[in-house]
Design a protein around this ligand. Structure first.
Ligand code: NDP
Ligand code: OXD
Length: 315
């Protein structure tokens, strides 16, 4: 009997030998084929692993059982107007992804605290620019917007090195030592208590352009900003203006509305801004394949799948 097909569009065609090798070992019951392989019968496709399918493509797979997002955020899949909504859409919420995100956020927070951008500029100019960072971790409250899988991991790591952490989410959280703020009503109080703001929200209509002048104006003067959510959540021109005015003392942006960020974008050269190329947390293919293989086996046994996209919440 023919094996069910897992169609892969993650990392491009060049990544296929690696995916095929990994799944041959971890899920020998499925046949792994490239997304644009013309020899694939759409009716034989049971699973897909994808980040950004062309709109309408998933609807053409009549026997699709599970859509595996190749990232934790599945907004580029969920935005397909023809998405087959009855098919579970699973987010790549592995422990390793949360660990990597926690590490990245900790690096970004410490970079702002210690003036990493200033140090980097001085080094590139061979200039001995001695200065003393003003604050230490216990004096710097980190406000995390989005206390989900990633936000919680970041909170735990930051607490481990002495940062007070508060969080903002849609529903109340009970995380040890983390004061929980909820919804619009508590947002201003959350912002006023935050010294470095970390955005780990999903891309939804509510979070679009949330990181713009009105919100930045609610932060204490000289606050720091880190966006590791999505580029659609920020207005870069407002962030640059806030850096120029001193409203923000520094920022780290990992995500942008247009990626790659165009070479002539003013963000690249701003002396208070660290730009990183959307690399905060992407587990290696071996980890993602192991996760998908485990979930395919669970699905075939009739078990419920974890971390599925909720169409009513939009994340
Ligand atoms: P989760 O779904 O686990 O968590 C999302 C959090 O955001 C939840 O706490 C949720 O609240 C909160 N939230 C959602 N909408 C609102 C809102 N309108 N107001 C307040 N809080 C809200 O997602 P993950 O933690 O796994 O990932 C978060 C995002 O991080 C992803 O969607 C992706 O965009 C981004 N990401 C970026 C990466 C990178 O490399 N830069 C890598 C991985 C992820 P509640 O808990 O109450 O539901
Ligand atoms: C993700 C990402 O959502 O890498 O996993 O942005």
């Amino acid at each position: 009997m023919a094996r069910p097909i897992l169609l892969v569009k993650s990392g491009g065609e060049a990544a296929m030998p690696e995916w095929q090798g990994l799944f041959a070992e971890m899920a020998p019951g499925v046949e792994v084929r490239w997304w644009d392989d013309p020899a694939v019968d759409p009716a034989a496709v049971r699973y897909v692993l994808v980040w950004d399918p062309e709109p309408g493509r998933l609807a053409k797979l009549p026997n699709l059982r599970v859509i595996f997002g190749s990232g934790a955020g599945v907004d580029f899949i969920a935005s397909d107007p023809d998405l087959p909504r009855h098919v579970p859409l699973v987010r790549m919420a592995t422990p390793g992804a949360a660990q990597r995100m926690g590490e990245f956020v900790t690096w970004a927070v410490l970079s702002l605290l210690k003036g990493a951008r200033r140090i980097g500029i001085a080094q590139s100019e061979r200039r001995w620019d001695y200065f003393e960072p003003e604050l230490t971790a216990p004096e710097t409250t980190i406000g995390i917007m989005g206390l989900g899988h990633m936000g919680e991991a970041a909170a735990r790591m930051l607490q481990g090195i002495g940062f007070p952490v508060i969080g903002w989410s849609r529903t109340r959280k009970d995380l040890p030592g983390v004061r929980s703020f909820v919804g619009e009503a508590e947002r201003d109080a959350f912002l006023a208590a935050t010294r470095i703001l970390v955005c780990l929200l999903p891309a939804t209509p509510e979070t679009r352009h949330i990181l713009a002048a009105p919100l930045l104006g609610r932060l204490p003067m000289g606050a720091g900003l880190i966006n590791v959510g999505r580029g659609s959540q920020q207005r870069v021109e407002d962030i640059l203006a806030a850096l120029d005015s001193g409203r923000l003392s520094g920022a780290v942006l990992d995500v942008f509305e247009q990626e790659p960020l165009p070479a002539d974008h003013p963000a690249w050269a701003h002396p208070k801004l660290l730009v990183t190329p959307h690399l905060a947390s992407l587990p290696p293919r071996s980890e993602r394949a192991a996760h998908v293989a485990r979930l395919i086996a669970a699905h075939e046994r009739g078990e419920a799948l974890p971390n599925t996209y909720d169409h009513s919440r939009g994340y």
